[in-house]
Design a protein around this ligand. Structure first.
Ligand SMILES: C[S@@+](CC[C@H](N)C(=O)[O-])C[C@H]1O[C@@H](n2cnc3c(N)ncnc32)[C@H](O)[C@@H]1O
Ligand code: SF4
Length: 390
């Protein structure tokens, strides 16, 4: 039997309120269609499973083995836990799941109680990703978050009480009206709780968000890039001092708690995504589902799920190599030279000789016997490095 390990992403596009900075595909006040959407997700899961069964002499056998499941959004924790039970059940019925699979759900403070978290544990979810962003209630309010820091503390406490021992906390920097001192206060409060994993995201001002309009109309101002960099380096150095290993520009973990889901994405491993706007990478093809909710559900319900799929890119050998370099240079360890050679049968230093020489000369990368990685200067100017491999 041919087996292939893959990741599975499930998109839940429901939020209580739209945060002012967020352009993820998620909707406020659409809870009336959750039931219909979940039925569609289940059908999509079955369809993927059926497509990936292969006939052998011994009958129908499965090809895919799931090694990570990531239920993201949106705010998956804001819907009834019965739906999450349903979805995981459907996945288990239709796919083989590795015993040690990492199963994550994104949780917003204020959307779960202890019972809901307990249910998540019971059905096999073993990792929580909690979006905190900042600890100051005025900042949380000013970016449209629905919760206070106290709500976060309660969520975190319940999560520990019901036995979660792998928790990520999301923190954002360079938010409007956020000072370096605010960031220091947030980091201190998070460190006190000792989560296993911390993600730190610099605000990206996305068009089509309320915040974009607020900045454009000068209702709020953002700090210049130097201040944002100061915040970033403060967080990076502090977390490292507290024995968090930085394994990607925005991701820090205690030893052994690096997210497998993240690592696989950067290692160009295969995954499938279900739900609106979810992307998949299978057999060198990158797909994404359409993001229109009604259209997505109509297509599934009328038995035409493939109409939801948009083929974004077919990676030929050359573009696969370029992408491998770009993804590797997001990680702090960098591109593993041996791994590249094994995968593409050429040494990346020979293949990218001119580009690497230039980037090295500009002090943006460092090359040793095993890896090609960003320098400290390269971390600040990572976009310039990545552009070389587009
Ligand atoms: C998929 S989102 C949603 C997770 C969850 N719904 C929440 O809000 O806590 C995951 C994380 O991306 C980050 N994020 C979202 N929009 C961002 C933006 N415009 N710039 C930087 N980070 C962003 C936030 O830290 C957020 O927690
Ligand atoms: S709760 Fe999360 S997904 Fe929803 S709008 Fe806010 S940041 Fe975006």
């Amino acid at each position: 039997m041919e087996e292939k390990e893959i990741g599975l992403y499930v998109h839940m596009p429901f939020c209580k309120q739209k945060c002012y900075y967020c352009d993820f595909v998620s909707y406020a006040n659409k809870y009336n269609i959750v039931d219909r959407y979940i039925q569609c997700l289940k059908k999509e899961i079955i369809q993927y499973a059926n497509e990936n069964k292969i006939m052998s002499k011994h009958g129908l056998e499965q090809k895919y083995v799931i090694k990570t499941i990531y239920i993201g959004g949106g705010t998956p924790s804001s819907i009834d836990e019965l739906y999450i039970i349903n979805i995981l059940q459907k996945i288990k019925e239709n796919f083989q799941i590795k015993n040690d699979a990492e199963i994550t759900i994104e949780v917003n403070p204020g959307t779960v109680n202890k019972e809901k978290l307990e249910t998540y544990r019971e059905i096999g979810i073993n990792r929580l990703s909690i979006g905190l962003q900042a600890v100051q209630d005025e900042i949380l309010k000013s970016i449209g978050r629905i919760h206070t820091f106290k709500d976060f503390e309660n969520t975190y406490k319940y999560a520990r009480e019901v036995g979660f021992n792998n928790i990520n906390v999301d923190l954002m920097i360079n938010l409007p009206n956020q000072t370096l001192d605010n960031v220091k206060e947030s980091v201190k409060a998070i460190l006190n709780l000792k989560p296993e994993h911390i993600s730190v995201y610099s605000l990206i001002l996305e068009e089509n968000t309320k915040l974009y309009e607020m900045v454009k109309s000068k209702q709020v101002a953002l700090e210049p890039e130097e201040v944002e960099r100061q915040m970033y380096w403060y967080v990076k150095e502090t977390l490292e001092k507290y024995k968090y290993i930085q394994y990607e520009i925005s991701n820090f973990a205690k030893s052994g708690f690096q997210s497998q889901h993240n690592i696989d994405c950067w290692n160009q491993e295969e995954y499938i995504g279900v739900g609106i706007a979810a992307s998949s990478f299978i057999e060198n093809k990158r797909y994404s589902n359409i993001s229109n909710l009604e259209e997505y559900m109509d297509n599934i319900e009328s038995g035409m799920p493939n109409k939801n799929l948009i083929l974004d890119e077919v990676l030929d050998f050359e573009s696969k190599m370029n992408e491998f370099m770009m993804l590797g240079l997001r990680t702090i360890q960098g591109v593993d030279i041996k791994k590249f050679e094994q995968k593409f049968k050429i040494n990346p230093i020979i293949k990218y000789c001119k580009i690497l020489e230039k980037l090295n000369h500009e002090g943006l990368i460092e090359i040793d016997a095993n890896n090609i990685k960003l320098s400290n200067k390269g971390i600040d100017l990572a976009n310039i490095v990545w552009e070389e491999f587009v």
